[in-house]
Design a protein around this ligand. Sequence first.
Ligand SMILES: C[S@@+](CC[C@H](N)C(=O)[O-])C[C@H]1O[C@@H](n2cnc3c(N)ncnc32)[C@H](O)[C@@H]1O
Length: 222
Amino acid sequence: MLDAQYWNDRHKDSDTPWNLRTISPPLKAYMDQLEDKQVRILIPGAGHAHEARYLVSLGFEDVTICDISEVAIGHIRSELSSISCIHYICGDFFTLEGEYDVILEQTFFCALDPLLRESYAQKMAALLSPKGTLAGLLFGVEFPFAGPPFGGQMDEYKILFSKYLYIHEMSMCYNSIAPRSGNEIFFICKKKVFGEKLTHYFLFFRMMTLSCAVFRDIKERF
Ligand SMILES: C[S@@+](CC[C@H](N)C(=O)[O-])C[C@H]1O[C@@H](n2cnc3c(N)ncnc32)[C@H](O)[C@@H]1O
């Protein structure tokens, strides 16, 4: 069972092969182009929280890291204790509350039981602010072993994420680290906003009425 005990044991035993010991290049490139340093950023399943360190070095002022493992949170807290703009949440992502402008995904989705994927997408949508963005990396490959990590395919991610979020970008990653090259997908999703949905319905309705008027006109002429 992939509960707090499981993740605590992995962190205690330093059984953390996912740890890149630095920020991943695709996330670095994404963070480098974020201009507004006041945005509220969430890193769920943060582990060693390399993203948080990098964000702080760029001048971001509101970074929240969440991890279910108290061991992981304990390590990061002691390492980064001098940095006041990092907030720590030791708890289950699925019970998180609050609102974030940017949420970063880095080997958290693949660490979850695949049965939770629907809840993940739903929860992400709930945590994003109206103009919020979820961005990060997903494995675009099925692994020949029992997870975690659990793999997947872009087509299935598109179906899942589009239920709750607008997919702004989802493509194979060009700047993965060598061992993950060809196996990673970079994605950016935006919160679905009710007003935007209404605008789409309105535009669709308007197009339908215009088309009907054109057809009526053609029919009358002939
Ligand atoms: C594969 S590790 C990735 C860590 C980090 N993102 C990285 O790439 O180095 C997954 C992390 O998610 C945490 N985790 C697993 N389930 C969680 C949950 N439901 N809520 C919050 N954190 C969770 C684990 O403790 C672990 O640190």
